[in-house]
Design a binder for this molecule. Structure first.
Ligand code: SF4
Ligand code: SF4
Length: 467
């Protein structure tokens, strides 16, 4: 190790890679990787981007397939509208989500960050590619940055920032469509600006936010801001799969010296893995929270190994135990159990969402009321009902007493019309002949019907005069 490397080994944890020694911003201009993983990531990000941009346009039963309207507390998943009354599902979803994140990270490390996180996908697969296309390789980018402002610098920088802004605007529109739905978004486009000041300012705000993130903040989101990134340190263990440098094989590192027999490890200290890293770290320093698992260093190091006819995999997906030779990385029982549990959680959540009722009814006996004697032969109980229409269309429902001996007496129409996304509150009587009620509390069954089809069964009590 030379002096520079020794100093680096001593102080690489003293500051984040995006900050220089003097505390200024260190602009990371990463090399463009090429190789098996980069190819897979390109294909998977194309698929991801198609899903991201098309999902708000997909409709199911006239509703958006997926919409998260936080300001109005209205959420649509699988075309079903979820209300604050569905808090139970949200609570279960939150718990499932937290368990999922914890288990997933314990096994697969930052696989999500590298392959599925929108920040990484947009930054590495969209914005950085545009930067390479307009400004060239890292060397050319650095040279351009150091140049004084002339025609070339002005034209390249303005083109880059114009394209960045345009894509940020596109992302902001899509993002807004996830929140308010495409129909509302079309309105902003079609109708006069004066009618949509608030939404328009939201759109501009999101555009500037995305532009700021991808043009200026960039990898700092992953290395400093993202809470999931900060969680890694407590979730990783020595069996967690991560992108790791095989120090047992690579060290002591040493440059290739022509004509000299090689006595050092397989790392030729070319530093290509550092130059390609979008967060500017040296993976050879060991596991670092700044690593977003982008696989760029695997590809470039494999390329170096190929050229030297050394075996691939000096940097690879591996666990700490595998690298240190304690235990070979394999899909062990714990991983299988956790993965199974993750699958069960996903299936459980999906069933909960898919089987959730679009019309929900709650019936209870009116508070503070006992029974009423209607005449010498019959008695009645008063009930209150809440029928929630969670769809965006009128729904016609009917309440029916399933016990053949009694009857329901509604005040008004037999068939109820529940307006879209509303709660219908009502009162009704259930009447029984005295001879049919032989105990103080009798269980009764009500059915909620829609088009002669029972959509819900409700059980409640009927109070009679007997002790
Ligand atoms: S790319 Fe591979 S060989 Fe080159 S410095 Fe990194 S680990 Fe060593
Ligand atoms: S260390 Fe490797 S995997 Fe991690 S962010 Fe850098 S290049 Fe990507």
């Amino acid at each position: 190790m030379n002096l520079e490397d020794l100093q680096h080994a001593e102080n690489f944890r003293d500051r984040v890679s995006s900050v220089t020694k003097s505390g200024k911003r260190n602009w990371i201009t990463a090399l463009q990787p090429s190789g098996k993983f980069y190819r897979f990531r390109t294909y998977s990000s194309i698929f991801y981007l198609i899903i991201f941009f098309s999902l708000p346009f997909i409709k199911m039963n006239g509703e958006p397939f997926f919409m998260l309207n936080f300001p109005e507390g209205k959420f649509i998943i699988y075309g079903k509208i979820f209300w604050p009354q569905d808090f139970f599902i949200f609570a279960v979803a939150m718990i499932t989500f937290i368990i999922f994140i914890a288990l997933f990270t314990v096994i697969y490390g930052r696989l999500f960050c590298g392959w599925a996180c929108p920040q990484t996908i947009f930054m590495e697969m969209v914005f950085r590619k545009i930067e390479w296309w307009i400004e060239g390789s890292p060397g050319q980018q650095k040279a351009l940055n150091e140049k004084s402002w002339g025609l070339e610098k002005i034209s390249k920088k303005s083109l880059k920032h114009f394209v960045f802004l345009l894509i940020s605007f596109l992302i902001a529109n899509t993002f807004l469509a996830y929140i308010i739905g495409v129909d509302e978004l079309y309105k902003i486009i079609r109708e006069p600006v004066s009618e949509h000041y608030s939404l328009l300012s939201g759109l501009i705000g999101f555009t500037l936010l995305f532009y700021g993130v991808f043009a200026f903040v960039r990898e700092i989101v992953c290395t400093t801001v993202c809470p999931y990134g900060r969680l890694q340190s407590v979730l990783f263990d020595k069996d967690t799969m991560q992108i790791a440098y095989d120090y047992t094989r690579g060290e002591p590192r040493g440059k290739i010296i022509k004509g000299q027999e090689r006595t050092t490890g397989d790392c030729i200290d070319c530093k290509k893995c550092v130059q390609v890293c979008p967060t500017g770290i040296d993976i050879r320093d060991g596991v670092q929270m700044e690593c977003v698992g982008c696989t760029a260093c695997i590809d470039i190091c494999n390329d170096v190994m190929d050229k030297l006819s050394f075996p691939r995999g000096l940097i690879r997906y591996a666990s700490e135990n595998e690298i240190s030779g304690k235990r070979k990385f394999h899909f062990n029982t714990r991983m299988k159990a956790y993965t199974g549990l993750l699958g069960v959680l996903v299936i459980f959540m999906s069933i909960l969402i898919i089987t959730r009722r679009s019309i929900d009814s709650y019936v209870k006996r009116a508070q503070g009321q006992l029974y009423q004697e209607l005449d010498s032969a019959s008695i009645s109980n008063l009930y209150t009902a809440k029928i929630i229409n969670k769809t965006s269309k009128n729904q016609h429902v009917r309440l029916k007493l399933e016990d053949s001996k009694g009857e329901i007496r509604l005040v008004g129409n037999e068939e109820l019309t529940i307006k879209p996304e509303s709660i219908h509150e009502m009162e009704f009587f259930v009447v029984f002949k005295k001879e049919d009620i032989v105990q103080r509390k009798t269980g009764i069954h009500l059915g909620v019907y829609q088009d002669e089809q029972k959509i819900q069964s409700i059980t409640t009590n009927f109070l009679g005069p007997y002790q």
